[in-house]
Design a protein around this ligand. Structure first.
Ligand code: AN0
Ligand code: CP
Length: 342
């Protein structure tokens, strides 16, 4: 695998899941594969999970790891070709990228949407340059439009939990054990939830793309105006009534995203209206009550009592921590596939 961006890059999903569970059962099985190979992780934005889980994945495979926070210690980078470089940006991406490529065998990049131009974000202007000029396999660690390591971990988590008939008390917060009857067809709901700041569409885009490819019934719910780009949403039904969408769901996946600008390009990257007016979209016991004892998921970091109430995130059905743990597994599979392609 030379690029990890879309669900199609991982190939057959059943095979990818089998590989994930093989690695989860013995995460050091491929320790020899990465000997004397170096993973470079480039961060243009903050991260806790991606930073840690991807380093751990590289170590699982016996690789060396170099991490660079571009905004802490590196030169400020110009990204536009043709600019007269008289601002505070001392180096151009067109030199920086091939230089980074000299010191490693695979590169992971995190570079969020800037919301300055929908076209530039959706064309993946930054990541495409890494693919073109680094000379190395490139995996996306959340780009302007996708977060595939997260979506793969989410799929692994759904696969692990979908047939559970007993929900144990939450290991951190307690609660009562619950018995549950899994649905014949697993129903997964992606719900928008309010947030004070504009957030990217990368997580919901990838989640939608992966769920559309997976063997589940997938429904999206959000207020009008937040329609995801059809490239990712595909033919997934959109239900604007959140309570209706939640009925009999097995998994609730909450996430905020800003306006994707599909119908009104000028609204791209905006929070539509006052987020206080959408307070009833916060996932609470009220909505969870109409589900099939659904598991609650979120990629984290999450703002409590904005996206989800304390009660829901602390319930035995909340699987946000095992979901985060699976980031190590998805990253190990992806790095393994890249090492195999060198
Ligand atoms: C980012 C986002 O919404 O894309 C990263 C999530 C993994 N979240 C924030 O910036 C809070
Ligand atoms: N879920 C996720 O990617 O978290 P970080 O932003 O902390 O890496």
């Amino acid at each position: 695998m030379k690029v990890f961006q879309h669900v199609s890059d991982i190939g057959d999903l059943r095979k990818a899941l089998d590989e994930a569970f093989e690695i989860k059962a013995d995460r050091y099985k491929y320790q020899q594969l990465g000997k004397n190979k170096t993973a470079m992780l480039i961060f243009f934005n903050n991260s806790l999970r991606t930073r840690l889980s991807t380093q751990k994945a590289a170590l699982n495979l016996g690789m060396n790891v170099i991490v660079l926070d571009v905004n802490q210690g590196a030169w400020k980078l110009e990204t536009e070709r043709g600019m007269i470089m008289e601002s505070d940006k001392s180096e151009h991406l067109l030199e920086a990228i091939p230089v980074m490529g000299c010191y490693c065998d695979v590169i992971g990049v995190r570079s969020f949407a800037t919301f300055e131009s929908r076209k530039d974000d959706y064309e993946e202007k930054i990541l495409q340059q890494f693919i073109k000029y680094s000379g190395r396999p490139v995996f996306f660690m959340e780009s302007a439009t996708v977060h595939p390591l997260q979506a793969f971990a989410d799929l692994i988590t759904i696969e692990e939990y979908k047939n559970k008939t007993l929900i144990e008390p939450n290991p951190l917060f307690g609660g009562k054990a619950i018995s549950r009857t899994p649905s014949k067809r697993t129903k997964v709901v992606l719900t928008w939830a309010p947030h004070p700041k504009a957030l990217p569409q990368a997580v919901p885009n990838s989640f939608a793309e992966w769920m559309n490819a997976a063997d589940v019934d997938f429904v999206i719910t959000h207020p009008k105006g937040y329609e995801l780009d059809p490239e990712f949403a595909g033919n997934a039904p959109v239900e604007y009534d959140q309570m209706k969408a939640f009925e009999n769901a097995d998994f609730i996946y909450a996430k905020n995203w800003s306006c994707p600008g599909v119908t009104l390009p000028e609204d791209y990257g905006k929070v539509l209206g006052d987020y206080h007016e959408f307070a009833d979209w916060t996932v609470s016991d009220r909505q969870m009550a109409v589900t099939n004892n659904a598991f609650f998921m979120h990629c984290l970091p999450v703002r409590r009592n904005m996206i989800v109430t304390d009660n829901v995130i602390e319930a035995p059905t909340s699987i946000v921590i095992p979901e985060a743990a699976n980031r190590e597994i998805s990253a190990t599979v992806v790095l393994k596939r890249m090492l195999e392609s060198l």
